[in-house]
Design a binder for this molecule. Structure first.
Ligand SMILES: [Zn+2]
Length: 353
């Protein structure tokens, strides 16, 4: 997860069957053959949830944690103490963000595996790691300059240089592709891959009908809104529209599905949470439509979306989210984008025909 703001809010209609997370280095069973592992994160999110699936004579791991010495030591504890001496046979990675893929190379090397991932997540991880195809600091600087970020805060973008490699020390050089709709068997359970977009290119969630369990990754979180940002590789992209469209497919699952998110506690009440996220984004879009009665840059609308002062780290994600919402309104035909005399984009409400 990469987040602009931790807007922690409780949805009253959600229920949390497991109030206590497992201790670091330990596991907790949450369904038949499904175990919860928690790893620390050295930033505001504080933790990431990972999952172990009993898989015949061995285990399937879902997500890896950040590529740090601390996470490696905790994995050693889990591997030594919690797996009944059964081997790890498979690693599934939901998406390319550092807290999910960070230790993939280490785990794969340890067990002689290749990670199971979607094509876009594998390729995107390598693009960001190798800083190619527009996934580099100079391109980020140019994007945010075009969207009106002031020179002082543009300078602060330097703190992001090398950010990805700090959490992902290396990447596997081969993978096993998974696709939307594919069914993966782990022990007695079959998991269906549900691909979602908007947060990352081709995020894989996993749903087991028999257990009534969804491993949602970062696509559906109980208390924070998933980050949906525009990045320089796709400057005119519409991740807000892609994310909202992707949530639709979760509405088809049984309403009492147990959701296992990457951050926060396992919960039930998915449809209420989806409705709240939909409402959250729609209200942001309405606010931006209102203030764009006169031309605005993405940097100028940041206070409309974020009610606290943004530090140098979070301004990158905040700008990405602001551009994402403005791009969505442009796609919908609500706003037009104009170039001002200085090469800066401004968005303005389209005049009624
Ligand atoms: Zn993420």
């Amino acid at each position: 997860m990469q987040a602009a703001r931790q807007s922690w809010r409780a949805t009253p209609s959600l229920s949390y069957p497991f109030r206590d997370a497992p201790a670091l280095g330990a596991t907790k069973q949450v369904a038949a053959g499904v175990f919860w592992v928690r790893m620390p994160l050295p930033f505001a999110l504080e933790h990431v949830n990972l999952w172990l699936l009993g898989d015949g004579d061995g285990w399937t791991i879902v997500d890896c944690g950040l590529g740090t010495a601390t996470t490696r030591e905790l994995w050693e504890q889990v591997l030594a103490g919690c797996l009944d001496r059964r081997p790890v046979q498979r690693l599934i990675v939901t998406h390319c963000h550092p807290d999910h893929i960070g230790l993939a190379a280490w785990l794969c090397e340890k067990f002689g595996l290749s990670p199971w991932m979607t094509y876009s997540e594998y390729a995107h991880a390598h693009a960001v790691y190798h800083r190619v195809a527009g996934a580099n600091h100079a391109a980020l600087h140019t994007l945010h300059q075009r969207h009106g970020l002031d020179p002082a805060r543009l300078g602060a973008l330097n703190s992001h240089e090398g950010h990805y490699r700090r959490g992902v020390p290396s990447l596997p050089e081969a993978y096993r592709r998974i696709r939307h709709g594919e069914r993966l068997i782990a022990g007695q359970n079959t998991w269906r891959v549900i691909v979602g977009h908007g947060h990352s290119p081709e995020h894989a969630a996993l749903y087991c009908d028999k257990l009534g369990v969804l491993i949602s990754g970062d696509m559906l979180l109980p208390r924070i809104s998933t980050n949906v940002s525009v990045w320089p590789m796709e400057p005119d992209g519409d991740p807000v529209g892609e994310f909202l469209d992707s949530l639709e497919q979760f509405k088809e699952l049984p309403p009492d599905t147990l959701v296992l998110p990457s951050h926060g506690l396992p919960f039930q009440g998915m449809r209420a949470r989806i409705a709240e996220l939909d409402c959250h984004h729609r209200s942001r879009l309405e606010r931006l439509t209102a203030v764009c009665g006169r031309p605005q840059t993405a940097a100028e609308v940041l206070p409309e979306l974020f009610d606290r002062k943004l530090d140098d780290y979070h301004v990158v994600f905040a700008m990405g989210e602001a551009i994402a919402h403005l791009n969505h309104l442009m796609r919908c035909g609500t706003l037009d984008r104009v170039d001002d005399a200085n090469g800066v984009y401004r968005f303005v409400r389209r005049a009624a025909p």
